[in-house]
Design a protein around this ligand. Structure first.
Ligand SMILES: CC(C)(COP(=O)(O)OP(=O)(O)OC[C@H]1O[C@@H](n2cnc3c(N)ncnc32)[C@H](O)[C@@H]1OP(=O)(O)O)[C@@H](O)C(=O)NCCC(=O)NCCS
Length: 226
């Protein structure tokens, strides 16, 4: 087991993990082809990064972070729309109720109000056989460190109120708090925020190693836990 930077080669498996872990949600309803192209676009973006947990050829988990949510969404709309549109239309023909959710999602960055310098965790997911092994909290620490290394001074994420596992993971992050609740695609979502850097043990060790990439510095920690 190892952690490596997320690339477009991992996009299809990231989409599979997303579909498996978030059944019935808006992005899952847009389909695996849409999600694959969306994750490819994110992998290519200078305004986002991701971390992939690999177990030989299997992508066991991913964490995806926007360094600038507004820019990532604008890139999707301006540069990738022609690749995203067809899989989206195909799903809308099957599920016309998606149109309302698509309209709402176009205004997503405005709904969330992510200030400059704030990273947004867009997705964190593991394949089922890799859950309950302590990988997720370590991935969470790792992306927080990496976001800070890339210049972010705070981080945010939107979590469905009923997603108790993620809420539990965030509750263990020192300084993280619920800023407010928003309704998105018919669900109550909690907007979590935390200042960076997070002052915990792993932060102290990465501070000791200067500006080294958090992705490489935490490879050993993730490997040890698996
Ligand atoms: C979110 C996800 C990555 C977490 O991975 P995981 O392996 O299930 O998480 P862990 O088992 O490491 O749990 C982390 C902590 O939460 C606790 N926890 C897990 N489920 C819990 C629950 N239902 N209630 C209370 N605590 C819970 C665990 O005990 C653990 O705490 P500990 O380390 O102190 O023991 C995984 O569940 C997943 O991929 N879910 C689907 C995708 C998703 O919903 N992603 C989040 C939205 S972006």
């Amino acid at each position: 087991m190892d952690t490596i930077p997320f690339t477009r080669a991992h996009a299809r498996q990231a989409a599979e993990i997303h579909v498996e872990g978030q059944p019935g949600t808006f992005l899952t309803r847009l389909g695996i082809d849409f999600l694959t192209r969306m994750y490819q676009a994110i992998a290519d973006s200078p305004h986002a990064f991701g971390v992939t947990v690999v177990d030989e050829d299997t992508v066991a988990g991913v964490a995806i972070v926007a360094l600038n949510t507004t820019q990532v969404f604008q890139e999707m709309k301006r540069q990738h729309w022609h690749r995203l549109l067809w899989p989206m239309i195909r799903q809308v023909l099957r599920d016309p109720l998606l149109v309302g959710d698509i309209v709402q999602s176009i205004r997503y960055p405005a709904t969330l109000h992510v200030p400059p310098g704030e990273a947004e965790v867009l997705f964190l997911g593991l394949r089922r056989p890799y859950m309950r092994r302590g990988i997720a909290p370590r991935l969470s620490n790792l992306i927080m460190d990496e976001a800070h290394r890339r210049g972010c001074t705070s981080a945010t994420t939107l979590v469905a109120r009923q997603n108790r596992t993620v809420r539990w993971i965030i509750a263990a992050v020192p300084g993280a708090y619920v800023d407010r609740e928003v309704e998105l695609n018919g669900k109550i979502m909690l907007v979590y925020r935390v200042k960076l850097p997070i002052l915990n043990e792993s932060d102290q060790s990465s501070a000791a190693s200067g500006q080294q990439s958090a992705v490489s510095s935490q490879q050993v920690a993730v490997r040890d836990g698996c």
